[in-house]
Design a protein around this ligand. Sequence first.
Ligand SMILES: NC(=O)c1ccc[n+]([C@@H]2O[C@H](COP(=O)([O-])OP(=O)(O)OC[C@H]3O[C@@H](n4cnc5c(N)ncnc54)[C@H](O)[C@@H]3O)[C@@H](O)[C@H]2O)c1
Length: 348
Amino acid sequence: MRIAVIAGDGIGKDVTAEAVKVLGRVSEVFGCAITLEPLPWSADHYLKTGETLPANGYDLLRSFDAVFVGALGDPRVADNRHARDILLGTRFELDLYVNYRPVRLLDERLCPLKDRGPADVNFTVFRENTEGVYVGIGGRFKPGTADEVAIQEEINTYKGVHRIIKHAFAFAAERGHTKVCMADKSNAMQQGHALWQRVFKEVAADYPAIVATHQYIDALAMFLVKDPGQYQVIVTNNLFGDIITDIGGALQGGLGMAASGNIHPGRTSLFEPVHGSAPPLAGKNLANPVGAILSSALMLETLGHPQEAAAIERAVEAAIAARQTTTDIGGTLGTREVGDWITHAIKP
Ligand SMILES: NC(=O)c1ccc[n+]([C@@H]2O[C@H](COP(=O)([O-])OP(=O)(O)OC[C@H]3O[C@@H](n4cnc5c(N)ncnc54)[C@H](O)[C@@H]3O)[C@@H](O)[C@H]2O)c1
């Protein structure tokens, strides 16, 4: 496996170093060759060279089996241009239409909800990753005046909606799940989300063994907090998925715990922790590396190495159970010490 590694900015660098250690150990223990090739793309690189990524950047990424990213975002780049080109750009250019977000609570202690445990928080969100309101279509008329008009369009295509819903059902069927819930706002957004309704019913008909349910996104947000145990697989659009996966992160114990994949099945895909670059924590050995380490497990799982992925997950679970964690989730260790602990706990 050849993996491009973009550590990026802030704590992205800190947590990536730990994921790299873990992957090195997996390579040793399982005898699988994992080549990690660092790419310097970051705010530092942009400020030094004026380049966010090189002209052949996306082609270069396509030449790898997968891409691993720490986090991007730096207060010195006010418009976050480099982050937009590297992260959003790659999602669009490599057509990474599946945002894969498992939400699994590893220990009751980490859950902010009263009387909820791991059995109640264990579901997967599939967020459409290439359409919706994030395509950047729109404009501003008379900006900066009292007459300003701002237009931001939401794009929903049959192809885009179909492929993410299909992916959610295929995943559910493969994992033996019995329920898929689609969330939209079709009561208020009567054009775009009517398409989601139509396609959801169409795809659900191909999976008679799976119960297909629908919730409006506002109701789903409430039920994620009141009764998260009802969900197995959730599928939704780009904006709503962005928001509810942060709720998911909170249910798991915080942003430092959450992992994600940006996937085009069968093609080069990108894996990253859900959190950002958290500038105040950067370089202080404070960031929780678990989200990044679990993202490396998602990467191995997606590349067809489920045993190696499971070994990483077991090592993380052991660290949580033994309270060998960073301070954000109640431990006393630093980023590097947690990374070391998990690295040593990797076993076949
Ligand atoms: N995918 C990405 O690369 C990504 C995602 C979100 C934000 N960003 C960027 O990151 C920068 C900071 O954004 P933000 O502050 O809104 O979000 P953030 O995720 O960096 O931080 C939000 C909060 O969570 C805490 N936190 C985040 N990750 C943590 C970890 N691993 N361990 C412990 N605590 C952690 C932070 O200290 C902060 O209190 C911005 O430039 C933003 O654009 C990047």
